[in-house]
Design a protein around this ligand. Sequence first.
Ligand SMILES: Nc1nc2c(ncn2[C@@H]2O[C@H](COP(=O)(O)OP(=O)(O)O)[C@@H](O)[C@H]2O)c(=O)[nH]1
Ligand SMILES: [Mg+2]
Length: 289
Amino acid sequence: MSDLLEAARAGDRRALSKLLSAVENGVESRESLGIPHNSGGGKIIGITGAPGVGKSCLVDRLLRTFSAADMRIAVLAVDPSSPLTGGALLGDRVRMQTADDDPNVFVRSLATRNQPGGLPVRLGLMAEVLVASGFDLVLVETVGSGQSEVRIVSVADRVLLVEGPGRGDSIQAEKAGVLELADAIVVNKSDLEGAERVASDLRSALDITGNPPPVLLASARNDVGIEDLADLLLSLPSRSGASMARWRERLLTAWDAALLERGDLDEVLSGLEAGEFDADQWVAEKLEE
Ligand SMILES: Nc1nc2c(ncn2[C@@H]2O[C@H](COP(=O)(O)OP(=O)(O)O)[C@@H](O)[C@H]2O)c(=O)[nH]1
Ligand SMILES: [Mg+2]
């Protein structure tokens, strides 16, 4: 085991931050750290849903609840890159107020920097490093738009989809294919009108799948339904039937990572730009090798 991982396991937060940076920058790998492939044990939970639906507020409530039960919880918050700063937005840090002064809680924001699928290539390994560092649960909050909502299954053992009232969410999620992959759904903002309607619409839409995930109601604002949600997340079974879709996303993510981490990527891109070959041709050649 690397010294950093050992120190992180012993509760050294600076060592953990350094370790995560090393993983994020590709300095440390699964092999160098001796971390086994994720066996899907359920400790890594993806939290996805449209922007503004209340994911960060829910995560903050969950952190308090788990911490009060003396569990160690880590959060990886994936933010859209700001073209100006290239970094994470401040909002999530402000919202997750619990984080800074609670020894049971560790929060880290990550920028996506135009990664394919909207997720950082090494996000999965970072989450696994947190598990290896002794966290009982790792929550991964995604940007919640487009492909990242689906790609989260390549990283997370379980996926919680957050919905809210009044935005035609269920239809959106259906389009994005997230409904098919979610292991549980929480309709947040139950303090607002229309939340129960959204929940019952979702339940009836999902009933016909023969394999519906649980649909809960909660209000992060009023701290309602959070205990039930926390309990559910602790023993959430993987939804059967979502398995092939998961493996498909895992394969695509591994494929993207392999491509992006090629040493000759810049040359390939220049070749494409110069019209020396086209992308389909190049891929076909590599597949034959
Ligand atoms: N009424 C109501 N508003 C909420 C609730 N949870 C979050 N919000 C508000 O929704 C907005 C977006 O919340 P945020 O957690 O940042 O959403 P995210 O983009 O999904 O992470 C904020 O203005 C919150 O105050 C809730 O349970 N009820
Ligand atoms: Mg957020």
